[in-house]
Design a protein around this ligand. Sequence first.
Ligand SMILES: *[C@@H]1O[C@H](CO)[C@@H](O)[C@H](O)[C@H]1NC(C)=O
Ligand SMILES: *[C@@H]1O[C@H](CO)[C@@H](O)[C@H](O)[C@H]1NC(C)=O
Ligand SMILES: *[C@@H]1O[C@H](CO)[C@@H](O)[C@H](O)[C@H]1NC(C)=O
Ligand SMILES: *[C@@H]1O[C@H](CO)[C@@H](O)[C@H](O)[C@H]1NC(C)=O
Ligand SMILES: *[C@@H]1O[C@H](CO)[C@@H](O)[C@H](O)[C@H]1NC(C)=O
Ligand SMILES: *[C@@H]1O[C@H](CO)[C@@H](O)[C@H](O)[C@H]1NC(C)=O
Length: 426
Amino acid sequence: MSGMLRNILILSCFRLFASDELRPPKEIQIISPIIGEVQLSWKPCVTNHSTYIIKYRINISSPELNQQYYTLHCESSTSLALHRGVHAEVATTWWNEESELFSSSSVSAELPPLPGDEGTAAKNLSCQIHTEKSLNISLTCNWTAGEMAPLDTEYYMYYRQYRKTEQCLDYVLERGGQRRVACHVPSSNINILIAYKEVVVLISGTSRSRKIQSIEHVYMIPDIEVLNPPWNVSFREENRNQILVWKKPYSLLSDICFQYEIQTLDLWKNTDKIETVSGTILVNGPLQETWKKHVLRVRAVLTSLCVDKVMYSAWTEPLHIDTVSSRMYILAACVCLIVAGLVFIYICLRFHICGQIFPPVPKPKNELKEIFLNDPHITGLTVNVSYVYLCVILFGVKMTFIEPQLTMRKKTTPAHCFSALIGLNV
Ligand SMILES: *[C@@H]1O[C@H](CO)[C@@H](O)[C@H](O)[C@H]1NC(C)=O
Ligand SMILES: *[C@@H]1O[C@H](CO)[C@@H](O)[C@H](O)[C@H]1NC(C)=O
Ligand SMILES: *[C@@H]1O[C@H](CO)[C@@H](O)[C@H](O)[C@H]1NC(C)=O
Ligand SMILES: *[C@@H]1O[C@H](CO)[C@@H](O)[C@H](O)[C@H]1NC(C)=O
Ligand SMILES: *[C@@H]1O[C@H](CO)[C@@H](O)[C@H](O)[C@H]1NC(C)=O
Ligand SMILES: *[C@@H]1O[C@H](CO)[C@@H](O)[C@H](O)[C@H]1NC(C)=O
């Protein structure tokens, strides 16, 4: 309450005694000394009052942008696209600590749109920043020719980092035409130390028959950075934990800007799942479902902490995890062999057919074939038994000679065994 009273008192005091200081600035000047920058200055420049702070409130607007901010100084500069003209207003304000007590009326100034014929300016300007492994960055912009731009129009691209403006040299022509519609600035021309924040792009043009309008755009670098995917994704097992690690994408942005999405595809159940983590590691502990036959991939997410709009990188190459080891297959095959062997011996003894199957000693395939196909005494049962026997042999041979686990897994199914058998005999 007392604060409010004090403020009212102060206001009255101002109105009575300090009216000079509360007037808006008189002479205001607006210029654009370099591309994409507006500089304002005004007079008289009122310094701090003994008790109260004087700040100037600045409103800058263009068809694309409205900005309002305060300054303690009597000049101000800001980056914005000014090809369609700029309107600026300055007012004097009085402050008591954190609160604005009073504001004068405002004084305004304008910059006209850049000259040139309507419809001749480049359109659909779009720029991208690519970050290389060395963390150097390159800039690529493209645009389309204005619909009123004559065929002899020659567009030029300029870019400004901090106060240094340069022309882009590496142009691309439109398909089947003469007009330039893209340009690439190599990383060697971009100083990442000063480019980090923003880059201003201007497309101007010349033609013999018309005056070509220019366009400008101010880009915040993180907003146009093409997000690289994470790299060096690798998998290891450690103390019953399964661990997936990867590296942060090549980017000028710091670690805190990134999150990661990990997609896990379970090939056995045919289900998939997406997890989000903030570090560059994902641990699948012993209490979680183990990755057995899974495909994993990772992508980076640039969070709203660092950019206006959340951005996603491409996915990394899928990483296949197959922890069902080849040893398990070998073990299973051995068990099969032993069981089959026992069954064979049992049947042999039970039906007294061993003598028939082992005449002297079956040698190569041709003789085996004869036993099966030509001996009229062999009954259906014995043929089956012989197939089992042959399979056991083939199985054993395969077990010994086939090393890669993938082939082995495929070829040791009973069905394959039989087809292999037929293949051998025919
Ligand atoms: C006015 O006062 C503020 C706050 O005390 C100070 O930061 C600022 O530098 C002063 N401005 C001038 C022009 O003296
Ligand atoms: C400045 O802009 C704000 C909105 O951005 C608006 O509310 C305010 O009235 C403007 N002030 C002046 C003096 O134009
Ligand atoms: C270019 O911008 C115009 C509007 O200014 C739009 O109609 C057109 O579809 C855009 N063309 C491309 C290729 O984006
Ligand atoms: C400019 O390049 C981007 C990215 O390669 C593309 O998506 C866009 O269509 C291009 N625009 C024009 C006008 O060619
Ligand atoms: C990175 O850029 C600097 C200049 O900004 C240049 O001297 C250097 O050769 C570049 N490095 C690579 C790997 O392109
Ligand atoms: C990639 O990851 C593996 C395993 O984590 C590591 O041994 C290797 O050094 C990494 N490579 C690079 C280039 O960092």
